[in-house]
Design a protein. Structure first.
Length: 373
């Protein structure tokens, strides 16, 4: 039996550096949630800690799934989640004015979250099957556009602008990495720019429209639509370089900062841990994303390369959109900071992405050992 000491080979083969880094991010998130609750494990830190352990266990299980299984299951999984999104539209549970969940009695699931990695797998599978000489033809564009467009529209109707944008961005990233010409992306960007005013005025709900418009000047309505962004920037700025000290934040403890344990958890953290804490947290996420991109670069198959890069950029979009949102650089679109914000959906999605990345990494290392024989 091969292994390292008394550690079984399957455990020894795991990328423990990245697992420990993810645990460090999640553990720091628990520390922040403990403070956000006024120095209490309930109602957020304890629940989040249990979810973190469960989802990490799921990621480790996913890492043992062969790459070929992800490839074979890409389209069936996509189709199943697409059907679930249609089910949400017809039978979904309404919460907070949004219809995003399927209530199965024993569990409530949010199919739109699962679509984020599923769209990467589906589009990567399409381009893996496509002959290289077809990549610059129309037949390389419209099928993937349909694959992306269907869930995008269904999620927009829930309504969930942030998740819809992430689904579109994840699919478009795989298209770009597959080799779709830049001029087509430029044309698509121009079309979006032309259609954006119409979409803002006629397709978005009033609160979505106000969020997009107010982020350019949140001080114009500091007690209304711009309240979240204004209070978030106050919390981040008041933390300074070193922060006010753990458990000494005022914006969150005095309830000035809305959603300080979910979407705006970074502002809660920055007030107490300052610029130093914020930079270290961002660095940790950068290391995770870089590892994911490295996994893609080492992959042998086209499917694995596109999937790994797409999943790594999905994690990047989570982090980048949330940070831009809490700093007032983007509209408030309800994207949490994964592994740090309270809630299971984003953590589950990111852990699933990491599990698939670890599966591809395992395949890479096995191929490397065979090549060294």
């Amino acid at each position: 039996m091969r292994g390292v000491g008394l550690v079984p080979e399957p455990l020894a083969q795991l990328p423990w550096r990245i697992i420990l880094l993810v645990l460090a991010i999640g553990g720091f998130g628990l520390v922040v949630l403990y403070s956000a609750a006024g120095g209490s494990l309930r109602p957020w830190a304890l629940s989040q800690g249990i979810k973190l352990v469960v989802f990490l266990g799921g990621a480790i299980v996913a890492s043992r799934v062969p790459e070929s299984w992800w490839k074979a299951g890409a389209w069936p999984v996509y189709a199943g989640i697409l059907i679930a999104l249609i089910g949400v539209e017809l039978l979904g549970a309404v919460k907070g004015g949004s219809q995003r969940w399927l209530d199965l009695g024993f569990i409530r699931i949010q199919p739109s979250e699962l679509m984020k990695p599923a769209i990467v797998l589906a589009v990567a599978r399409f381009y893996d099957m496509l002959p290289p000489n077809e990549i610059r033809r129309w037949g390389a564009i419209w099928p993937s556009a349909v694959l992306i467009g269907l869930p995008f529209v269904l999620v927009m109707t829930q309504p969930d602008l942030g998740t819809a944008l992430m689904i579109g961005a994840g699919g478009a990233t795989v298209m770009f990495l597959a080799g779709i010409p830049l001029r087509l992306f430029a044309g698509g960007a121009l079309s979006v720019a032309v259609a954006a005013p119409l979409a803002i005025n006629f397709l978005l709900h009033d609160y979505q429209r106000n969020r997009i418009l107010i982020f350019m000047d949140p001080e114009s309505d500091p007690l209304g639509t711009g309240y979240h962004i204004s209070q978030s920037k106050i919390a981040i700025g008041s933390g300074g370089v070193w922060g006010k000290g753990y458990l000494n934040g005022t914006q969150s403890h005095l309830d000035y900062l809305p959603e300080g344990h979910t979407d705006f958890v970074f502002a809660t953290m920055a007030e107490e841990w300052g610029l130093i804490g914020g930079c270290l947290l961002i660095l940790a996420f950068i290391l995770v994303i870089r590892w994911g991109l490295d996994v893609g670069q080492r992959a042998e198959s086209r499917f694995a390369r596109l999937t790994a890069a797409g999943l790594a950029t999905t994690i990047f979009f989570y982090v980048a959109i949330n940070l831009a949102m809490v700093m007032g650089l983007a509209p408030v679109v309800g994207i949490p900071l994964p592994l740090v914000s309270f809630g299971g959906s984003a953590s589950m999605t990111v852990m699933l992405c990491l599990g698939i990345l670890m599966s591809i990494d395992r395949q890479n290392r096995r191929a490397g050992r065979r090549g060294g024989l």
